[in-house]
Design a protein around this ligand. Structure first.
Ligand code: NAD
Length: 260
């Protein structure tokens, strides 16, 4: 259990990829702080489930990460509760699909705030403690859309390309402190984020919902969705000693999508 006595903060971990990553880190002994929106009873069930399944401590912090002060409060609350933040997974993100000329300005601002700026604010708050302890792992959930674009996703693609740049800068600044910073770039993973965009994709392209689903998978040479467990196992590997030399890397896990 290489993460025993470490603390991991995983943003956007009440669902999907973040929840799977939080559970994977807990399975390796980390105390975890989960965060995100959702039904209070369902969140408490997930939090208690992590403690029961893995024998670690799990806390939930209800921060709205579109706000800079909430990002800072999340790191402060985790540090106060468990004594440190050793692993930071900047994962919270949302999608919105519309042609550029119709893209709502408030959606642009919200997606840049959550999918990009939140990672900056949380990293900025967590790095001093990691530097002081000479150990840290920062994992940003980017996307294949950090490497390539798709139509109708202006804000998302801009934010994900941005987080790739942020990842590289943080890696360079922390490289001599035992800290690594990497971005993982999943292709399509079947989570609520993908499920919710099917009707909008269909509308933006003037096609049926089934056709919209096929278009997503057409991008992926394996023709299969990546699973949350595969992404979580990849993230867990990046926290290991074996991965200490991997930093500043933008790492696809996309069924071959970005090879094309
Ligand atoms: P999801 O909708 O299942 O999870 C998103 C999480 O973010 C939830 O916990 C939600 O409550 C939380 N969240 C939303 N708004 C928030 C806010 N303002 N403050 C704090 N938390 C907030 O989606 P997912 O597919 O698991 O996505 C997780 C990450 O993975 C995102 O960054 C997404 O861009 C990325 N990603 C997803 C896919 C995919 O195909 N699903 C592919 C590549 C990258």
């Amino acid at each position: 259990m290489s993460l025993k006595s470490r603390t991991a903060v995983v943003t956007g971990s009440t669902s999907g990829i973040g929840l799977a990553i939080a559970r994977a880190l807990a399975s390796d002994g980390a105390n975890v702080v989960i965060n995100g929106f959702g039904d209070a009873d369902a969140i408490e069930k997930e939090r208690a489930g992590i403690e029961k399944d893995f024998g670690v401590k799990a806390a939930y912090v209800a921060a709205d990460l579109t706000k800079a002060e909430d990002c800072e409060k999340l790191i402060a609350a985790a540090t106060e509760t468990f004594g440190s933040v050793d692993v930071l997974v900047n994962n919270a993100g949302v999608q919105y699909v519309a042609p550029i000329e119709e893209f709502p300005v408030d959606k642009w601002n919200m997606i840049i705030a959550l999918n990009l700026s939140a990672a900056f604010h949380a990293t900025r708050a967590a790095v001093p403690g990691m530097k002081a302890r000479k150990w840290g792992r920062i994992i940003n959930t980017a996307s294949a859309h950090a490497l390539v674009a798709s139509p109708f996703k202006a804000a998302y693609v801009a934010a994900k390309h941005g987080i790739a740049g942020l990842t590289k800068v943080v890696a360079l600044e922390t490289a001599t402190f035992g800290i690594t910073a990497n971005a993982i770039c999943p292709g399509y993973v079947w989570t609520p984020l993908v499920e919710k965009q099917i009707p909008d994709q269909a509308k933006a392209r003037g096609i049926s919902e089934q056709e919209a689903k096929n278009i997503l998978l057409a991008a992926q040479p394996t023709k299969e969705f990546v699973t949350v467990e595969q992404v979580a196992a990849f993230a867990l590997f990046l926290t290991s000693d074996a991965a200490a030399a991997i930093t500043g890397s933008i790492l696809p896990i996309d069924g071959g999508w970005t090879a094309e």
